[in-house]
Design a protein around this ligand. Structure first.
Ligand code: WQD
Length: 333
């Protein structure tokens, strides 16, 4: 298929482009390069031998995006593009709603006009809100007590996609709720490389390992968990990317479907630190600090629906993710 990947130079997007090309799909990337680098195209080429066609377009530039859809036919869209910094979204809600929601509306209008009838959407476990914790499955309530505008935009976009699938019976929508993506491509050429100050655990761990940040702050060790630190479901980004290939097959049938993409196993912050230290052979400087508002003690996926319906499950471990992250870091030097 010819597939348009929005946000395709980003962390999860670029790993997905590699897997799509490995499966023989023709990939074009639409990205505004706000939180990614154009050099990723060359890294993708080094891995697969193909450089994806690249369009530097912002989802808010409706006319330019419409010209792209008018110029060629896409069989499917995989939609990653969006702002994703939780803390920043609390300070800048209007920017997050405009960028993520209006951008998606522009994309969906182009898809309707040019009869592109398959979309896979990058959603997040954050849509389960703070009323659900522990093992989360797709039947649970979403959209209640989401603690940040970023998560709210993901929930709103899920609702928009479900409504559009109802109004356009030929449209197939697959919503993928990611848990905590970590790791890097085994080649060491692709990995998490956000611009600016990272929020998530692993990019901070990476900055500490590089000496750019002095110590990792552990946000609280007084939670009701075995070692007192929060538990999350860390999924290797290559497993996550392969989940999109499995989802692509599910777009053969119209309607809207939702799947958790997670390992089904939880790891605590201290366990992640230990796994990183085991992989690097060096201690990672860290200390306990105050809790971060909004953090839940334990969240991990029930991945059984994706296993049952997509025949997909994670194959890589947290140890693999730490090994590949360190390899990526060493490759940056
Ligand atoms: C993981 C754990 C922190 C940083 C977020 C978003 C969610 C999704 C995934 C996009 C928590 C602890 C972190 C640090 C720490 N993003 N931590 N020190 O909060 O589970 O989910 O990322 O879809 O939308 O909410 O991930 O990586 O921020 O935190 O102790 O410097 O690491 O307390 O327990 P989180 P995270």
């Amino acid at each position: 298929m010819k597939i348009l990947v929005t946000g395709g130079t980003g962390y999860i997007g670029s790993h997905t482009v590699v897997e799509l090309q490995n499966q023989g799909h023709q990939v074009e990337i639409l990205d505004n390069l706000f939180n990614s680098k154009i050099t990723v195209l060359d890294k993708i080429n080094q891995i697969t031998g193909q450089t994806p066609v690249f369009h530097q377009v912002d989802l808010l530039d409706y006319q330019k995006m419409r010209e792209l859809f008018a110029s060629t036919h896409f069989d499917a869209v995989i939609h990653f593009a969006g702002l994703k910094a939780v803390a920043e979204s609390i300070e800048q809600p209007l920017r997050y709603y405009e960028n993520n929601v209006t951008g998606t509306l522009n994309l969906l209008k182009c898809m309707a006009e040019f009869k592109v009838n398959r979309i896979i959407f990058s959603s997040s476990a954050t849509v389960y809100g703070n009323i659900n914790s522990g093992k989360l499955d797709e039947s649970m309530t979403t959209g209640v007590d989401i603690t940040n505008p970023y998560g709210e935009t993901k929930h709103v976009i899920e609702k928009i996609l479900e409504s559009e699938a109802t109004s356009r019976p030929e449209l197939s929508v697959v919503i993928l709720r990611y848990f905590n993506p970590v790791g890097a491509h085994i080649s060491g050429l692709l990995g998490e490389d956000p611009n600016g100050i990272p929020n998530n655990l692993m990019p901070v761990v990476m900055r500490v390992a590089e000496g750019k940040i002095k110590e990792l702050q552990i946000y609280g060790d007084d939670y009701n968990t075995p070692d007192g630190t929060c538990i999350r479901d860390y999924i290797h980004v290559v497993d996550l990317a392969k989940g999109h290939l499995a989802a692509l097959k599910a777009t053969d049938t119209p309607g809207a479907k939702v799947y958790n993409l997670g390992s089904g196993k939880g790891s605590s912050v201290l366990e992640i630190i230990k796994a990183f230290e085991d992989a690097s052979g060096k201690p990672l400087p860290h200390h306990i600090s105050d809790r971060r508002p909004g953090d839940l003690a334990e969240i991990f996926a029930d991945p059984s629906k994706a296993k049952r319906e997509l025949d997909w499950q994670t194959e890589l471990t947290v140890a693999d993710a730490m090994r590949d992250t360190i390899n990526f870091l060493n490759n940056q030097k």
